[in-house]
Write a protein that binds this ligand. Structure first.
Ligand code: ADP
Ligand code: MG
Length: 259
């Protein structure tokens, strides 16, 4: 009876202290500890370890949710042999996260379907797991957000939010060209991050073609100057993976039809 009462009180205290995992696990662990004749400190240590582990797993999940990835893709499903031009050891080095602490940038440049978005998501996920605040947006969506914020006089707030991110992933630069105003806003975001925060850009355009997006050679030159200083550049050449996969499916269907 006294035991029951203690359990109730303990449960209430743990709840008030916001320790949900300890609340859920203390009884089971206590039985195990009693059976194994464990020291009190050992029991408390094991119990607190569970709470700490659950918390950090939740924090990673929250960071991944907040990053806004369009889909979750990781390196385990990426076939490096399909893109021989991509420096695999270097990509995996980036996945370990040191580049983020060094405040350098990364660019993935290549034709459509070569896996740029896949790699960018996987690098973003790795950063989330390392405790970094990440946001994944397409260049087009980012410019729209910036323009709308400017119209609503909330640009400073948006720039502040972007500034708090460790890593901003700007996907698909080059598919759309922007108005002069939009390009200037994007330039401001990129320039603000220079040597302070990280930026990962994917683009189907070679650097020499970026003035199609940014309009005006001077702005493009100023931007590239900042972006490519201390930048890990990956060229992803080759055939579209998507295209290759769909050709394979078609071929195997034809083979089936014949047999
Ligand atoms: P990009 O951004 O360069 O246009 P994506 O990353 O969107 O290309 O790739 C297109 C599709 O092909 C995605 O579903 C992606 O997961 C897949 N894909 C591309 N390259 C590879 C690869 N090397 N290994 C596995 N899947 C790949
Ligand atoms: Mg893409």
């Amino acid at each position: 009876m006294a035991d029951n009462n203690n359990h109730l009180l303990l449960r209430a205290n743990l709840k008030q202290l916001k320790l949900p995992t300890m609340t859920a696990e203390f009884e089971k662990l206590a039985r195990e500890a009693a059976a194994a004749n464990e020291a009190y400190e050992q029991y408390l240590l094991r119990l607190t370890e569970l709470e700490v582990a659950a918390r950090s797993a939740n924090a990673v999940q929250t960071r991944i949710r907040n990053a806004g990835f369009p889909i979750l893709k990781d390196f385990d499903t990426f076939d490096f042999s399909a893109v021989p031009s991509l420096n695999k050891p270097k990509v995996l080095e980036l996945a370990r996260g040191e580049w983020i602490n060094e405040r350098s940038n990364a660019c993935l440049i290549g034709a459509p379907g070569t896996g740029k978005t896949h790699v960018a998501i996987a690098l973003g996920l790795a950063a989330c797991r390392q405790g970094k605040r990440v946001r994944f947006v397409t260049a087009g969506a980012l410019v729209t957000l910036l323009e709308e914020a400017q119209k609503r006089y909330t640009l400073d707030r948006l720039l502040g939010q972007l500034d708090r991110l460790d890593l901003l992933v700007c996907n698909e630069l080059g598919y759309l060209s922007f108005s002069r105003g939009g390009a200037e806003l994007l330039f401001q975001v990129f320039a603000d991050r220079y040597e302070r925060r990280n930026l990962l850009v994917t683009s189907n355009l070679a650097f020499s073609e970026w003035n199609q997006v940014f309009q005006g050679e001077r702005m493009t030159a100023a931007l590239l100057d900042r972006l490519t200083h201390r930048c890990h550049i990956f060229e992803m050449n080759g055939e579209s993976y998507r295209f290759r996969e769909s050709m394979k499916t078609k071929k195997s269907r034809k083979a089936e039809e014949k047999s």
